[in-house]
Design a protein around this ligand. Sequence first.
Ligand SMILES: C=C(O[C@H]1C=CC=C(C(=O)O)[C@@H]1O)C(=O)O
Length: 373
Amino acid sequence: MTSEVFFEQIQHQLDKHLPFVAYRKPGEILVNAMLQPTDDVFTVDDYSEKGFVFAPFDSTKAAILIPLEHSKGISCQNPQIIKNNKSHTKYQALDLDREQHLVLVQKGVDAIKAGLFQKVVLSRIEKTEHTITNPIEVFNALLHHYPSAFVYCWYHPQIGFWLGATPETLIHVEGSRFKTMALAGTQKFLGTDKVVWQHKEKEEQQFVTDFIVNSLKPFANNLAISEVETIKAGNLLHLKTSISGTLNLKNTDFKQVLLALHPTPAVCGLPKEASKRFILKHEPYQREFYTGFLGELNVQLKTNRNTNRRNVENNAYASIKNVSNLFVNLRCMQILNKKTGIYVGGGITKDSNPEAEWQETVAKADVMKKVLQ
Ligand SMILES: C=C(O[C@H]1C=CC=C(C(=O)O)[C@@H]1O)C(=O)O
């Protein structure tokens, strides 16, 4: 499908107030969309469902599904840049609530020093006066600015309109094999990824690696853990450890794996329950789907077992694999009444400096602001 027709179809869906998701996986050129013909709200029950899941931070709340069987799939390769004909007004930040964030971070540091937990991720919403008249153009701009991110726009008339470009995989499962990552620690990209990391960032990232490895141990075999590396995500650098292995899902199900993982200390804290309670009590707003997860759930992938054989019989060796591609909902914004709310946070440890943590959220907000200017 041409990109013109593709974008027309999702625009039409939005005009009719019908749910859809459009997304592109990291490093790929194919942009997919799933268009739901009714405005029903489908939810995930046990994660055996097939479709696109959009799950909130608070896992006691419902995860929304655009079911494969109740939607139409469309796709296009490498979409053209849509010319910006005033999809939005000039960016104007409102309510840069620095004081409130400094107080929140200090509370987090005090709670850590009092022994309540070791790490907590504290966040804020940056509401802007920015008027978005064409969110689909913003999605198109995200696709062009962030080729190595998972870029999406998600809409349900009864729930909201979200857009994002996240660098973080929650889990990728293909058959019984899985891959995930521990992503944490942030500094601004200033032209090189050969940078020095401080103890604070190394420690906050190590908390995430240890948590993921320990959470997956009951479900996984052959765990492989990479060295820590520096990766670039937009205007930022992060520390990343890759973790992979095979899932042993005989006596358990995918839901248990997700409940064990989500929310990781990259977005919540350590220990999970104590830090989550602190977040829900002290953050002065509702995260909703920010730091939740989203992506393809139990879609089918056809693969050839023996790619060396180029004959027709090869088809006999084709196998169907169950694939899930789930990402953490970071570097995202919500559009409400044509205004934007950008969601940003950062990991707090005993060594956190409130002013530096504020600056980190300012840098993270730039990822979304870049497409709003
Ligand atoms: C919580 C966010 O980022 C997480 C992912 C990478 C680095 C992070 C950090 O350095 O604090 C956070 O753990 C966010 O972007 O809002």
